[in-house]
Write a protein that binds this ligand. Structure first.
Ligand code: DGY
Length: 321
């Protein structure tokens, strides 16, 4: 019997792939760093029974119109806005993602960029590197406190809850806004529910952890930034398109808010001439929320296991619906 064909859109380590080699024929894009080109992806998807994709691949309706054998798309990310799930499901293709295994790692990074922006850590490190440190002085690189301040989390899923736990450890006051109330979070004393309007206008730190959908695209726009406190710092660790980047730039430049910590951008990657990088009050990192070696290995393994389950006619561990 022919083995099923699985195409992996990025070069993954051999020790991850090896356990599946007896069961599948495996095709893999040759680069670890560059995404697969559209034509190759189309050609491989046309042949594949299973696809293991990254968030850099757009799996749209056009591509899904020509995948006669495809049974499963395992997206190696918790977010899956790059996959047209409805179109896939209409064709009976199962889509899976990688929740849980990355929750704490992503929360660590989200809290890390909050701290970096508040305490000007990147700017301070550059200060020494640029040989500017002549003296200690009372207000040299003075930032904002984190402890006892108010954090407003928009999007109280698993990662939001993990961030709230970290914030509690810093004696912060934590509020959240979510489409649906999370009573268990409130009962645990992790965060109090507030309306979006109230949360954005009273928080010292506003963090976007919402998935990208039609409703959340540009949720954080000029209007919203204007309603924030002048001292507020905006953090985005979900998807870049949940914010209007131009409006954020204007808000920080014009002193409407104090700064930002960003792991994600409207169009990725950004280059060194991006306007956001001209503002020292904004800390930018290149979409590394889940990027610890341990977690990335778990994400690879979970994606491979999900494909294995579907190809064996079993329930995958983490389907998106
Ligand atoms: C995800 O899993 O959606 C993250 O953005 C990837 O790090």
């Amino acid at each position: 019997m022919n083995k099923p064909y699985v195409y992996i859109t990025r070069k993954l380590p051999e020790d991850q792939i090896k356990p599946f080699k007896d069961d599948w024929e495996i095709g893999m894009w040759e680069s670890e760093t560059e995404p697969v080109d559209k034509e190759t992806l189309k050609k491989e998807a046309r042949r594949a029974d299973g696809l293991l994709t990254m968030l850099t691949e757009k799996i749209d309706e056009e591509l899904l119109n020509d995948v006669p054998n495809l049974k499963v798309i395992a997206n190696m990310a918790v977010g899956y806005d790059n996959v047209n799930v409805e179109a896939a499901e209409n064709k009976g293709i199962i889509v899976t993602n990688t929740p849980d295994v990355l929750t704490d790692t992503t929360a660590d990074l989200a809290f890390g960029i909050l701290m970096a922006a508040a305490r000007r850590i990147v700017e301070a490190a550059d200060y020494i590197r640029d040989n500017k440190w002549d003296n200690w002085s009372p207000l040299l690189l003075a930032g904002s406190d984190i402890h006892h301040k108010k954090l407003g989390i928009v999007g109280m899923g698993r990662i939001g809850q993990a961030v709230a736990r970290r914030a509690k450890g810093f004696d912060m006051e934590v509020a959240y806004y979510n489409r649906s109330r999370k009573y268990e979070v409130e009962e645990e004393g992790l965060a109090v529910y507030e309306s979006f309007e109230n949360l954005i206008s009273t928080s010292d730190f506003v963090m976007s952890l919402v998935p990208l959908t039609n409703e959340t695209e540009h949720l954080f726009n000029g209007d919203v930034f204007r309603k924030m406190k002048k001292e507020a710092i905006f953090i985005n660790a979900s998807r870049g398109k949940t914010m209007d980047e131009k409006a954020l730039y204007e808000a920080v430049k014009g002193g409407e808010i104090k700064g930002a910590g960003l792991d994600v951008f409207e169009e990725e990657p950004i280059s060194s001439d991006h306007p956001l990088l001209t503002l020292k009050e904004i800390v930018c990192v290149p979409h590394i929320g889940s990027a610890s070696k341990e977690t990335r290995e778990k994400m690879m393994n979970l994606s491979l296991q999900n494909i294995q389950s579907v190809l064996k006619d079993e329930e995958p561990k983490t389907p998106v619906h």
